[in-house]
Design a binder for this molecule. Structure first.
Ligand code: GLA
Length: 391
């Protein structure tokens, strides 16, 4: 049975038969390069995936939302009205947060809905299952209430919901990638201005292989917030010393070397070194892709991982093990962790002719070193958030 049919059956079981049913979809994302610099005003280079989160949505005439996730069946139906939006530490908080921000921004959310969700992004694996849910909810709230809101605004609402309602100080990359993705294109996004460009990523003879360490990102949110706070403290040190920048990533490597002594903490200094060098790598990697120099792109991916491992310290034993195995495998062009880190996924570019042996080698070595079993996905680069149709 297709996903759609299974969901439809479940929808009727949970909410009864309704006439006005619509199907929506928002993908997950993988970031090719540009890690932990979206909140430092840097460039990132993510793309949307073909797997993601689906929802069947039926508009209600009142302001009540009733929602059910096939991924969290034990939570049953979660119900809330737009008058009372309180965090309850369940998956539906991401959806409540979206409604909350729409209202805080002055949009009129008159209509609720009965919604059934199903997602095929592994949770907590660094492929943006939460941003996918947020932007999906944003897309539905817009359509249900016929609000004049474009996708970039939905993306911003998604980030605000995560920052203010959920309490994770994430940047804008994930929501942007899952909202604005395009088939076979990666997005070069300037996180300072939100200017963006699509860059074709359909590679000849090479595939994007995602490697899931299956190590959950324990304590990731607090460590994430700590990294961000270090960068903010360093920015303040630099600004107080008279360095005229708005963001860490306004510096190039040479400028960083000249002003780094103003950064008071040694730890913050290496964090900033990562951010500045990573930003340079993103721009170089996009140039190398345009010049068809895929080997250079791969080398920059490897350097990105090393910087995230040694300077930003967000990798950990599992990610380091899987990436090191990938580096040694035949047919690899480059490999690095992707997303927030501390577990979750890594991404690699692999020659099509070597994919099977790559997966076998990396999988076996990773299990031997960590006792965990990895999963591998060949990424198809897909479209961003959208309505798929009426049911
Ligand atoms: C998480 C955040 C993003 C970004 C990445 C690291 O995915 O949600 O905003 O900071 O980590 O690059």
């Amino acid at each position: 049975m297709e996903i759609q049919e299974i969901m439809l059956k479940k929808f009727v079981e949970v909410f009864g038969d309704k006439e006005n049913k619509e199907l929506f979809f928002t993908p997950g994302r993988v970031n090719l390069i540009g890690e932990h610099i979206d909140y430092n005003g840097g460039f990132v280079f993510p793309c949307a995936l073909s797997f993601g989160t689906y929802a069947i949505c039926s508009k209600r005439e009142d302001n009540i939302f009733r929602m059910y996730s096939m991924n969290f069946e034990k939570d049953g139906v979660v119900e809330f009205s737009t008058d009372k939006l309180v965090k309850a530490d369940v998956w539906a908080d991401y959806c409540k947060g979206i409604v909350d921000i729409f209202i805080k921004k002055g949009y009129e959310v008159k209509n609720g809905a009965d919604i059934l969700f199903f997602g095929n992004i592994p949770n907590g694996a660094g492929l943006s299952s939460s941003a996918s849910l947020e932007v999906l909810m944003g897309t539905m709230v817009r359509d249900l209430n016929e609000l004049d809101v474009d996708m970039v605004e939905i993306v911003k609402i998604g980030q605000m919901a995560e920052n203010q309602f959920i309490g994770v100080s994430c940047g804008i990359m994930d929501q942007f990638a899952v909202g604005m993705g395009k088939e076979d294109q990666a997005i070069l996004l300037d996180c300072n201005t939100l200017d963006y460009k699509y860059v074709p990523i359909k590679l000849e003879d090479v595939s994007i292989v995602i490697m899931n360490t299956n190590k959950r990102r324990g304590l990731a949110d607090s460590k994430y917030n700590e990294r961000r706070a270090s960068c903010e403290a360093a920015l303040k040190d630099l600004q107080d010393a008279g360095v005229e920048i708005k963001n860490i990533c306004d510096l190039n490597m040479e400028e960083f070397d000249k002003v780094k002594h103003f950064i008071k903490s040694d730890e913050a200094l290496v964090r900033v070194r990562h951010a500045v060098s990573e930003n340079v790598r993103v721009l170089e990697s996009v140039e190398s892709l345009k010049a068809n120099d895929i080997a250079k792109f791969g080398k920059l991916m490897n350097e990105s991982h090393i910087s995230l491992r040694d300077d930003y310290e967000v990798t950990g034993k599992e990610l380091d093990s899987i990436v090191a195995a990938a580096w040694d495998a035949e047919g690899v062009i480059g490999a690095r962790m992707t997303g927030a880190g501390f577990g979750g996924c890594a991404v690699s570019l692999v020659k099509n002719s070597s994919i099977d042996s790559f997966i076998k080698y990396v999988g076996e070595r990773y299990t031997k070193e960590t006792g965990l079993k990895a999963d591998f996905y060949i990424a198809n680069v897909g479209e961003g958030s959208r309505k798929l149709g009426d049911l």
